[in-house]
Design a protein around this ligand. Structure first.
Ligand code: CP
Length: 338
């Protein structure tokens, strides 16, 4: 079993052993300790991912064994941006594990942020009410700031344009279940790659595994950030960039990871209109892909995947969203002793 380095290990090993001996009362044996805060995909290691997915599979096989894992805990969800999947899957995961949830789904308007309270002050107050805080925020550095001030565990549910680490974990889990591996894969990332946090977190996570390569397909004004290209170059990882989503590319890939052109993140309407509607995945294009290739999307989609693709055997985006529940249960279960 992989053990996290002690600096990342929130639960003490001795506690884990105690819990293993306490299985009669708790009904579940957890040998997994999550890192104290999950704020960036740059924290992940191959060992952590392997161990998390082993627990995810275990929970998925016997969810009833984990129903008391977080009994007596309170989970706070603070969302300063809209969400369907991330908030509801985390809240569902918490409830299934026996925790109770307190939530503000539009914290930008309905928390005291509207009165001028700083993010740091809000978090320092909420940590008095909850054992774990899950937050989505519109600023790129919000998760970094949160983990610096919090003494209770913090999970980043999406920060600005650069990080969505738990999305990356469920994306990796979906790929892992499909291919049985996370290496030797060619992934096409398509859409608003400049402003899309899911792609940054996914690519950084896939860089941990050998021989993965990337094709970045984006409109000219939405190309992936130079920082990401520098990281890939420094690690000698193959990638190409193009603005064409065509058969010649799709024939070669194992995964096509579509993303939305994010209207809300453009500086102005004219720039958005220049990017909108340029890259649409149709059934005709998907049928050019290898038989075992898959189509993913973090969702929500607008028009970038034709609804006719939903019935294509390569479509995995709804499975991917549902996998989020199991992966987030495993993440939260790691806070059993928080
Ligand atoms: N994929 C994702 O983050 O979806 P939501 O915005 O609905 O949470």
């Amino acid at each position: 079993m992989y053990i996290l380095p002690s600096s990342l290990c929130y639960n003490r090993i001795s506690r884990k052993l105690r819990d293993a001996g306490d299985a009669g009362r708790n009904r579940c044996i957890l040998q997994f300790a999550i890192m104290k805060h999950v704020y960036s995909s740059e924290q992940f290691t191959t060992g952590f991912i392997t161990e998390l997915f082993a627990l995810t599979d275990k929970i998925r096989a016997n969810p009833g064994d984990f129903q008391d894992a977080l009994k007596g805990k309170v989970i706070a969800t603070l969302f300063y941006e809209p969400s369907t999947r991330t908030r509801l899957s985390f809240e569902s995961a918490a409830v299934i594990l026996g925790a109770q949830v307190i939530s503000t789904e539009n914290a930008r308007e309905f928390s005291s942020a509207i009165k001028g309270e700083t993010l740091e002050d809000t978090l320092k107050v909420v940590e008095g009410y909850a054992d774990v805080i899950i937050m989505r925020h519109f600023e790129d550095d919000s998760a970094e700031r949160a983990q610096k001030v919090l003494s209770v565990p913090f999970i980043n549910a999406g920060s600005g344009k650069r990080e969505h680490p738990t999305q990356a974990l469920l994306d990796l889990y979906t790929i892992y279940r499909e291919f049985g591996r996370l290496n030797n894969l060619r992934v096409a990332c398509v859409g608003d790659l400049l402003r899309g946090r899911t792609v940054y977190s996914l690519v950084k996570s896939m860089m941990l595994f050998e021989n993965n390569s990337f094709i970045f397909i984006a409109p000219e004004n939405s190309r992936i950030h130079a920082d990401m290209k520098n990281k890939l170059n420094m690690s000698n990882i193959d990638f190409i960039e193009t603005d064409m989503l065509d058969e010649s590319i799709l024939r070669k890939v194992d995964v096509v990871y579509m993303t939305r052109i994010q209207k809300e993140r453009f500086d102005n309407e004219a720039e958005y209109l220049r990017a909108k509607g340029k890259l649409i995945l149709t059934n005709k294009l998907v049928n050019c892909m290898k038989d075992d290739a898959i189509v993913m999307h973090p969702l929500p989609r607008v028009d970038e995947i034709d609804v006719e693709v939903d019935a294509n055997p390569r479509a995995r985006y709804f499975t991917q969203a549902h996998n989020g529940l199991w992966v987030r249960m495993a993440i939260l279960a790691g806070y059993k002793n928080a």
